[in-house]
Design a protein around this ligand. Sequence first.
Ligand code: DNO
Length: 388
Amino acid sequence: MEKTWRWFGKKDKVTFAMLRQIGVDGIVTALYDTPNGEVWQPEAIADVKNYIEAGGLRWSVVESLPVSEAIKYGGKDRDRLIENYKVSLANLGQAGIRTVCYNFMPVIDWIRTDLEYPRSDGTSSLYFNKTRFAYFDCRILKRQGAENDYTPHELEQVDALAKTITPAEEEALVDTIIVKTQGFIHGNIREGDHNPVAIFNRLLALYKDIDRNALRNNLRYFLEQIMPVCDQYDIRMCIHPDDPPYPVLGLPRIVTGDEDIRWILDAVDNPHNGLTFCAGSLSSGAHNDVPALACKFASRTHYVHLRSTELLEDGNFLEASHLEGRGHLVEVAHIFEKENPTLPMRIDHGRLMFDDAAKGYNPGYSFYGRMYALAQIDGVLAAIRQLQ
Ligand code: DNO
């Protein structure tokens, strides 16, 4: 597979010189200064592309070209936004950038409740605690009917947490769930926004009439509209699985596993309608057998995220070492390496190690943690190549 690395633009503390030393060939990035919904202009694309090439690397994957909320909930603005999306794709195609990752998760992209969960070896990982998430839903957002989405046992745990949680911890929980994890990826809420909870609740309200079928139809509509441009420029669209892969906060989620992925690929049966195989996101759903999914969908996978999780009790999960956990990355890497040795892959999320924590990297995107995982996977790939 092609070794790529997610890089957050010219302000990223990780430099191309560092990446070349660790064997990275391709860059995964986005136009972070172009607001969600606006056209990615040719000059802005050329500027980033030239910068990457001057650093001795290539721009392999766009992650993400964000899909605006109105496209997802089918708002009155959607056709205009889809037109903009098509122009952005054409501009990328003309620049020779042909792999585009996106997601179709309403309102909230990936979800964690803790960004520095300590591990016994002294490193820390990203973590999802179901009780804290339920507390955020029932007691902070105060979403109507939220209680119906949790078991009596989970609600008891929420009550217990309510007795001990401090205002500072509550604030940190909000900051983690809807600001820190979302702000750096074209999220709906940015660092410094006043009253993020109110903004978030307004976004949730946009989906009050959108169920799973409506969301699926809106995805199909979007894909049908953009496919002619993708055909023209040979652009491979790669939808990212939901993280975690189940409905949350009363919102439908439609990329949760086998049946959903099959539906998406069949709904618009065009090779340019493909998948980002995120082993980490898929592994955090107990219903998913990650290597089996990799086998099944390898031919429509155009981009791979290598990451793994451990499922703990009570619906909690922790991001695992890249050689352990439910991601089964040795097997997954083997499947994709056999399928297509030039398929772009990146290490997704790394632990915080050494002085990573002091560097202020975006959550999940440490340098040493990702470098360590890349070295592990590099070894796995070398073994696969030599032994096959
Ligand atoms: C989080 C990422 C996601 C991913 C998007 C793709 O670390 O894996 O934010 O980039 O869902 O659109």
